[in-house]
Each structure stands twice: as structure tokens, then as C-alpha cells.
Design a binder for this molecule. Structure first.
Ligand SMILES: Nc1ncnc2c1ncn2[C@@H]1O[C@H](COP(=O)(O)OP(=O)(O)OP(=O)(O)O)[C@@H](O)[C@H]1O
Ligand SMILES: [Mg+2]
Length: 754
């Protein structure tokens, strides 16, 4: 089917032609034939890179340009949200019937916000969690949504799946006529999802580039079709060796590994292994990219590591990277400068970054409580599907690694030759239902027990199972929520209390709220920063909990004994081993946060506690959110003292600084390291900074001319006009204006529409 034959406005066809899209891929043509452009619901299940997004783009344009509609695009990941945001930029020049141009908005940030500014956008792209939170806040503009795109809908079968099915059920309850377009990897029960959504379905195995799957063992690879190919021995690590083999053949390799820690270690090994294989020109370019990485972002170990790997032709990609770094890495890989990229499975979900060769470094994944478990076939297919770059490669190769004949047979039968499994709902668990039940009552999805069952009956779970299966769980949850003062009955009718409504909006587990409330009320004999840091680490929403290892176990235990009086939670005496490890993990995580806000340097912190930059990053972002929530709960409880303390703690955790640096880090472009530079040079307050001359600032390390100007723009004060003009136009490599850390960037977006 030709693009020119499509029933879409001419200006849309022009955009497609501009992108070089003239002919629809077969799955796209099938999708169009189901009537999706005329408003029919559709589940499109097709392999990686088969062009599912284009169908979403076409539907979106129909709604906006022809039906005065509004589009909500849901993705499971922040990284994907930004990628889609960039893809939709191609349409922002198009003109709506009212003469205005199409506007695309994105929101991944702040969960406790109804983001009213999103009203102004024709397309809103957000994560499933943000959508759920917007629904809980009853954002009024959401009733105007006419098309919902649910990308990567097969993730309904994952931990975070319940959020997506509940959100879709609610969106359809709110606007029964809303069009639903669900995009999925190939799964065996796409028809069931379609049936649930009253949708048509298209399921295909079509791929733009042929895929050759194989399993390596020793010095040869056996492929799906039975053929065998020898490989050379360049490196003792199989995954690196396979990558080096691909590189001698002129290709790039994507290595999937199981964790951030492993991704970074693999990139380091890969970088060293690439020595001597790069041309002078490549090396020069890589140096330039590495330098770019160093200036864009806080100076942390992660940044240094990344820059170090990139200068050698390797890199890692995981969810702990900030947006600018991620983009630099993706571009450098697409341009062919980075030869080996190691990635966590995040990349397998929809981020469009193909490579000729994909190596699945480990088909097992650590599952807490179960040890190493084999991944699902679906996940294997998603990763292997990244192999093969359209327009560049005739064939893509995806390789698993075996270390014995038996294992090779196993991998061949259980992965390469297997069909992806069916997707099943994860909703029927108390932990998942607790928050959604409270939200349903607090945000008016249902007001009786029967109404709740009807509502959950409209989810994918309800499509597959009778709701009698969750009746008991819901009953338990309602009793719990009532006992804890989050809901009340009036006859048969259920209402959320102010407390309950706030907990639902804060997007925390009701259990977390109870831990916080009880801890706040209990207080501690000796209230310190550690009291509240530990309290948030004690909640079920704190993840990851960083457990002590053998070498710091004693230090953590000692710290706990010395600081017992500072805890606001009851410490039981008889712990079993697992509980005790978890408990020490909470203590250790709180210790790390405490060291972080005492300005212990990143390197010392990581070494002292034996943690990875990514873990530190997750602990900090999570703690920041939970401290905010605890602050809000203290507000409801009318406890001004802890409230104020929590507020400052939150700001300090966010930036990793002690009280003295708080005023400085509140400035855009100033993180903990630059704040220290300023403070140590005598600019200890905003007042002093106001009196500073520009050239005094630019003389400092890590403060470039642009940043100096930005500081002055924010705080005012006297500046030399001539110097101001000179610096404002300065285009220097060490421009720090763009060096905001990700959170600051996103916050800015949340605050400033447009
Ligand atoms: N008809 C087409 N002709 C040429 N290229 C196309 C066509 N449709 C899509 N593409 C390109 O294919 C690439 C992959 O598309 P897309 O990201 O939509 O894949 P997908 O099906 O969503 O896969 P996944 O989400 O599993 O990665 C994009 O670069 C897109 O521009
Ligand atoms: Mg996609």
C-alpha cells in the first residue's frame, strides 16, 4: 500500500514523504485495512521494528486534524516517552482546522500533580504510571481524550502491568467512545487482549530485516536452520568475543546483560578489548564524544565511567543514565562510532536502536527470593528482535551463549524454537489491588463493593477470570483501608477520607502511608536526619533496599546499635535471617542517604558502601519522592515540626548537600559539585553571589561563561554590561548551560509549558 493512497490529510503525507516513507510495511497495511484510521479499536501485535508507531501517528493525525480530538500516548518507560516525543516533533508544523499548529506535550515527572498545563496539547505522551496518577487527580482535560495509544501493551503481564490495565479500564469507563490502539510484541494471546478491548487484531511475524538466531558454544555458532559457523578466538569472555567477531566483519554489537552493574562492567571490558581496532579518525571522534559526555551532567562516577568507555569505542545504556547522556550514546551508536553497547533489558522495550548483531549475555535474571531464573521467551524475542538495521543490513544476527552441549540444546529448543508465552494479568494480588482499590474509591471510579467488582471486572483480569476470584481480596483490602482511616462507609456506600484521598494522589502504597503515619506519630527518643531517612527506607515503596555485604555487615550492625534511639519504628527482637537482612538493608540504605547529604563524595560513597552509581541514583530519586510524601502526610497530621524537617531533608537528598549549600543548589545549573566550588571560593550565599563579578565566577573550575550568565539571570545583581554581552554570546565548549541533570530538566518542563 502506498502512502499516497492513504485516507489522511495531504499535510500528513508530506511529512511522511519527508521522512522517506513511501510504502507501508505489510503489518501497517493490514492494520489500515481493519479500519483503524476510521476509528476502530485495534491490537497490533508484530515484531520489533515492524513500524507500529507509524499507525499510532496516522491515527493521531486523523483525530487531531479531522475530528478535533486529543491523543494520549502511553509508554512503559521514561526513555521511550522521550523517544516518542521526539518522533512526534515531525508533526508539530501541521495546522489544525482552527489555524493553530499541533502541539505535543510530554510528562514523566511529578506524580502528585494534575498537570493542568497538559490541557493545551493535542498529543500528550506519558508513562503508564503518570497516566494512572493523572486519573487519580481527576485532571479535567482527560475527559477530552479521543484516542489512547497503549504502547508495549504486552507488559500487562509484568509487575507494573496492573497499572496499565486499570488505567485503560478507567479511561474507557470515563469515555466509552474513546478509540484504543494497543501496540504489542508478538504474543500468543493477542486475540484475548483484542477481545477485552472490543478491538480488531492484526498479528504478524513480519520483520523488516531477516533475523538469524543462533546459539554459540566454544568456537562455533549453531543457527536455527541447523547451519554452523566457526568463530575466531579474540577474547576469553564469550560475549565480548562474539562482539569482536562481528566487528572484524564490519558490524556493531549490542550486548544485553541482566543488571546496570553488569552493563557497566561489560562496557569497561569491551572498551579494553577494542584497543588497537579503531582508526585514528574514529579515536578522535570518540574523544570528542567522551568530552561532550563529561560536560553534560553532574560530575559523577557514572559520567566519568561512561566517558571513559566511550573514548575506547564502547558504552553502556541503562535507565540510570540521564536523558542527554542517553541521547549522545544512542546517536554515537547509530553513527557507528560506538562499536559495542552493553544494555539492560530496558533497551529491548521499544527504544529504536538496532544493531547488526545482538548478543544475549545472560538468559537468566536475578529474582529476589528465587535466585537466578531463566527469562521469558517473550523477553528473548524482544532482545533478539533488535538485530538488523533496516536499510543497512540484509540480515541481523541474535546469539545466545551456551557452555555445554546440553545447554546449547536447551537454549535452542526453549528459546530459539519456542513461541512467546501468553500474557496473563497480575492484578489479582493484594499488593497490586491495594492502591488501585483506594484510588477507585477516592477518585470516583466506584462507590460500593459491587461497583468495585464491576470496575475490576472491566480490566484484562476481569476479562479472563470471574471477579469472584478477587472478591475476598477486595474485602480484606477494604477492611484494612477502613481500619487505617483511609475509607469510610455510609450505609453501603464507600468514601475516601481526606487522608485516603491524599494517599491515593501521592501515588504511594497505602501500606507505605501507614508506616509513615505511625512513624511520625511515634517519633524517636532522639530525632535526627537519620530518623526520617530510615523511616522512608522502612516503607514498601523504597526500592532498591541495599543490603549489607560481608565486608560492611559489621559496620551497619554497629551503626544500628549506636543509633537505635533515633529510629521511629518498632524494632522487634526475634528476626529470622531474611527479615534481619532486610532490616539491615533499610539501615544501610538510610546510612547511604545520610552520607549523601553530608556531602561525602560520590567515589567515597560508592566505595565505602560497595554500591553502584545506578543503585545510588535510584535510592536517591526514590527517597526524594518518599520524603515528599512523608512531608505531605505530616501536613495532614498537622505536625509542623517534622513537616519542616522533612521538607529540608527532601531538598537535601535531591541535591546531595548539607544545609549550607541549599540556597546555592536551588539555582538551575548548580548541582552539588558546583555548589561546593562556589561555597569554597567564598560565595557562601545568594547575597554574596549577587555581588560577584562575572569574571570572578568564570575563573572558577566547572563554571563556564554561559553558566555564569545563567546564574546572574536567576539572581540579578550588578553586572558589567560589556562583559555580559561578551559572555552571553560566547560559544565555548565548556558551556554549562546544558549541563542540567535530568531531574532539573524535567522539572523545568513540568513548570513551564511549551
Ligand atoms: N513503512 C515504512 N518504511 C520504512 N521505514 C519504516 C516504515 N514504517 C516504519 N519505519 C521505520 O522503522 C523503524 C521502527 O519502527 P517502530 O519504532 O515503529 O517499530 P515498532 O514496531 O514500534 O517496534 P518496537 O516497539 O518493538 O521496537 C523506525 O525507524 C521507522 O521510521
Ligand atoms: Mg514501538
Amino acid at each position: 500500500m502506498k502512502v499516497t493512497e492513504l485516507d489522511v490529510p495531504t499535510q500528513v503525507k508530506r511529512v511522511l514523504a519527508g521522512k522517506g516513507l513511501n510504502e507501508l510495511y505489510p503489518p501497517q497495511a493490514d492494520a489500515v485495512e481493519t479500519g483503524v484510521l476510521d476509528g476502530g479499536n485495534l491490537v497490533l501485535a508484530s515484531p520489533t521494528a515492524s513500524g507500529k508507531t507509524l499507525i499510532a501517528e496516522l491515527c493521531a493525525m486523523k483525530h487531531i486534524l479531522e475530528r478535533q480530538g486529543k491523543v494520549l500516548y502511553l509508554t512503559p518507560l521514561r526513555a521511550l516517552t522521550w523517544e516518542k516525543y521526539e518522533e512526534f516533533q515531525a508533526y508539530t508544523g501541521l495546522v489544525k482546522p482552527n489555524g493553530q499548529k499541533i502541539r505535543v506535550g510530554v510528562s514523566t515527572g511529578d506524580m502528585d500533580n494534575s498537570s493542568p498545563w497538559l490541557e493545551a496539547y493535542d498529543i500528550v505522551i506519558c508513562t503508564n504510571e503518570k497516566c494512572d496518577s493523572l486519573l487519580r487527580h481527576r485532571s479535567p482535560w482527560m475527559t477530552g481524550i479521543s484516542l489512547v495509544v497503549a504502547d508495549e501493551i504486552h507488559l500487562i503481564g509484568s509487575d507494573r502491568g496492573p497499572t496499565l490495565e486499570v488505567s485503560l479500564a478507567r479511561l474507557r469507563q470515563m469515555s466509552p467512545d474513546v478509540q484504543v490502539l494497543a501496540l504489542s510484541a508478538t504474543i500468543s494471546n493477542a486475540e484475548e487482549i483484542a477481545d477485552w478491548l472490543d478491538a480488531g487484531s492484526v498479528t504478524t511475524e513480519w520483520r523488516p530485516v531477516e533475523l538469524r538466531e543462533g546459539v554459540s558454544l566454544g568456537n562455533h555458532i549453531t543457527f536455527k536452520d541447523g547451519s554452523v559457523r566457526g568463530i575466531e578466538s579474540f577474547h576469553k569472555q564469550d560475549q565480548i568475543n562474539l562482539a569482536l567477531n562481528a566487528i572484524t566483519d564490519g558490524g556493531q554489537t549490542l550486548i544485553f546483560v541482566e543488571s546496570r552493574r553488569r552493563a557497566m562492567a561489560t562496557a569497561r571490558t569491551a572498551g579494553n578489548a577494542l584497543k588497537g581496532t579503531l582508526s585514528k579518525r574514529q579515536e578522535t571522534e570518540l574523544q570528542r564524544i567522551a568530552a561532550d559526555i563529561s560536560v553534560r551532567g553532574e560530575k559523577t562516577r557514572l559520567t566519568d565511567d561512561l566517558a571513559g568507555c566511550v573514548s575506547r569505542g564502547a558504552a553502556f545504556h541503562h535507565a540510570g543514565l540521564n536523558r542527554e547522556h542517553r541521547r549522545i550514546i544512542e546517536d554515537a551508536f547509530k553513527a557507528g562510532y560506538i562499536k559495542i553497547l552493553s544494555a539492560t533489558p530496558t533497551l529491548a522495550s521499544g527504544v529504536n536502536l538496532p544493531a547488526r548483531t545482538v548478543v544475549i549475555g545472560n538468559y537468566r535474571r536475578f529474582v529476589p527470593g528465587y535466585g537466578m531464573q531463566p527469562i521469558k521467551v517473550l523477553e528473548y524475542k524482544q532482545m533478539s528482535g533488535r538485530a538488523g538495521r533496516p536499510q543497512y543490513d540484509d540480515i541481523g544476527e541474535a546469539l545466545l551463549i551456551a557452555s555445554s552441549d546440553d545447554e546449547q540444546d536447551y537454549l535452542m529448543t526453549d528459546y530459539v524454537l519456542s513461541e512467546p508465552e501468553r500474557i496473563d494479568s497480575r492484578l489479582a494480588q493484594e499488593s497490586a489491588l491495594r492502591g488501585h482499590t483506594l484510588a477507585a474509591v477516592a477518585s470516583d471510579y466506584a462507590h460500593t463493593e459491587g461497583g468495585l467488582l464491576d470496575f475490576f471486572g472491566s480490566t484484562f483480569y476481569g476479562y479472563n477470570y470471574p471477579t469472584s476470584g478477587i472478591k475476598l481480596i477486595i474485602g480484606n483490602i477494604l477492611r484494612y483501608l477502613q481500619r487505617e482511616g483511609m475509607i469510610e462507609y455510609s450505609g453501603d456506600r464507600l468514601y475516601a477520607t481526606d487522608f485516603g484521598r491524599r494517599v491515593s494522589e501521592l501515588y504511594i502504597d497505602p501500606l507505605t502511608a501507614v508506616v509513615m503515619r505511625d512513624g511520625l506519630k511515634r517519633g524517636a527518643l532522639d530525632v535526627t536526619d537519620f530518623t526520617w531517612l530510615h523511616l522512608v527506607c522502612h516503607t514498601p515503596d523504597m526500592r532498591p533496599i541495599l543490603r549489607p555485604r560481608r565486608n560492611d555487615m559489621e559496620a551497619v550492625e554497629t551503626y544500628f546499635e549506636d543509633h537505635r534511639d533515633e529510629l521511629a519504628v518498632q524494632v522487634g527482637e526475634a528476626y529470622d535471617y531474611i527479615d534481619y537482612q532486610d532490616f539491615l538493608g533499610e539501615v544501610k540504605t538510610a546510612m547511604i542517604l545520610e552520607a549523601w547529604i553530608k556531602e561525602v563524595s560520590e567515589n567515597d560513597l560508592l566505595e565505602r558502601y560497595n554500591v553502584q552509581p545506578g543503585d545510588r541514583y535510584s535510592a536517591v530519586t526514590n527517597a526524594e519522592w518518599l520524603l515528599y510524601s512523608a512531608h505531605e502526610i505530616a501536613d495532614i497530621l498537622e505536625m509542623p515540626e517534622p513537616r519542616l524537617h522533612l521538607r529540608r531533608l527532601r531538598d537535601r537528598v535531591k541535591h546531595g548537600v548539607s544545609e549550607r549549600l541549599l540556597p546555592l543548589v536551588r539555582l538551575k545549573g548548580i548541582g552539588r559539585v558546583r555548589a561546593q566550588v562556589l561555597y569554597n571560593s567564598g560565595f557562601t550565599s545568594i547575597a554574596r553571589l549577587k555581588r560577584a563579578e562575572l569574571r570572578q565566577l568564570t575563573a572558577l573550575p566547572l563554571i563556564g561563561p554561559r553558566l555564569a550568565v545563567t546564574i546572574k539571570e536567576q539572581i540579578g545583581g550588578t553586572v558589567d554590561q560589556h562583559e555580559w554581552e561578551r559572555l552571553k554570546t560566547a560559544e565555548t565548549a565548556q558551556s554549562a548551560l546544558t549541563a542540567f541533570i535530568e531531574e532539573e530538566y524535567e522539572e523545568k518542563r513540568e513548570e513551564e509549558p511549551g
